[in-house]
Design a protein around this ligand. Sequence first.
Ligand SMILES: CC(C)(COP(=O)(O)OP(=O)(O)OC[C@H]1O[C@@H](n2cnc3c(N)ncnc32)[C@H](O)[C@@H]1OP(=O)(O)O)[C@@H](O)C(=O)NCCC(=O)NCCS
Length: 151
Amino acid sequence: MAEDASLFSLRDARASDMPYVDAYAYAEGMDVIPSEEGVRAAVNADDVPVGFLRIQRGRNGVAHVNPVVTCATWRGFGVGRALVEEALSREGELRLVARGASVPFYEALGFSPIPWEAVDLTVVDDCDGCEMREECCPRPMGKRLVEGNAG
Ligand SMILES: CC(C)(COP(=O)(O)OP(=O)(O)OC[C@H]1O[C@@H](n2cnc3c(N)ncnc32)[C@H](O)[C@@H]1OP(=O)(O)O)[C@@H](O)C(=O)NCCC(=O)NCCS
């Protein structure tokens, strides 16, 4: 059995990856990802995407994650952590609106709650008016590379 680190690698997404990306997003009830712009893919040994992360830059200049998704059969192998940590090391700060179910994932990565005003709702899903809001329990979260200074 190969070591976890060799199970997948990260690279910029290509147009040919987008059917996978959209299938993974669709499976989570998320909108179509319009293009590969800002998308990093985690790919397996056959160069097939097994997860992705899209960065969108807010008007405040801060990088927002929207979204990060790991293919269901690949969860628990460190794909989500690798994608987020790489983006954080490149951007220095990440903000996002976490679905309630993914809050423990972000907490495991050291993200903290931030005020709603700190997220740019033009680049993350605006939860106001969403019929799933109560069930989803969305929570704005962020992390800066500087220790203990999220948001
Ligand atoms: C959230 C998601 C991206 C995590 O991806 P993943 O590849 O399984 O995550 P990893 O294997 O890298 O896990 C990283 C850490 O988070 C923890 N973690 C992940 N999901 C968790 C959960 N549901 N509850 C508690 N901890 C969790 C892992 O235990 C791991 O901790 P460790 O590194 O300290 O051992 C994946 O579950 C997913 O695609 N969910 C659906 C889409 C979604 O909700 N995306 C986030 C909102 S944008």
